[in-house]
Design a protein around this ligand. Sequence first.
Ligand code: DGL
Length: 267
Amino acid sequence: MNRDAIGVFDSGMGGLTAVKVLNQIMPHENIIYFGDTARIPYGTRSRQTIQRYTQEDIAFLRRHPVKMIIAACGTVSSMLGADSPVDDMPFTGVVYPAARAACASTQNGRVGIIGTPATVASGSYEQAIHNVDQSVDVTAMACPLFVHLVEYGYTDRNDPITRLAAEEYLQPIRDAGVDTLILGCTHYPVIAPTIADIMGEGVKLISASEAAANYAKQLLEENDLLTDSTDHAHNTYYVSDSVSMFRDNAKNFLADAVNGQVFSSRI
Ligand code: DGL
């Protein structure tokens, strides 16, 4: 049992889609969130730069009382090596949990992946899927505009710009006949209704954020780290850029107003 917080980080606000699920499935667990809003996007940067930012983000969270860390970012998760970047507490990214969920979901053995350019170029999801099930056929597409469209609020289900971009990006995945599609970037659940419309009813969407949140709960249970508090959870948010911009946009990710204090902090 442990009353410390769950540490969550992302390049910006995408990780809030994981926070939303964490709050739903573990309503008594406090969360400390770091969004590196001053340096977003990560997904168009080099591996070396993303790895350096990741170390800094983790170091920031470790200066707070956290009992586990979640890299709620597909891009960061794709640049991690085989070894956990922290050795004294549970850690997860989003790639393995999403790959595991996709393998459990697919009936026809064809899985699609969408993510940032860095994520797709890394081949991380393919590798994780094939570690679970070698026979799964994978089609991956980078969707470079999605993070920007989501960050700037083009998130309405029928937004014509987002719909046009999604139709273009998703066509090769539709052509591949997948029955399961991993939303491999934590920004993408915000535009899941648009993606679902284009993919059609027969395709199950796997949110990497939701899969990671569920896996985090499993890790806390296995390590006997769940809180014994029955108080409602308290979230604290830190961002490396403007607090007011974060507050304005965060409701798109949380589907609600920001449920905690927000601080601007240098890392
Ligand atoms: N939410 C991040 C991800 O999951 C966004 C990446 C970016 O900063 O480009 O990949």
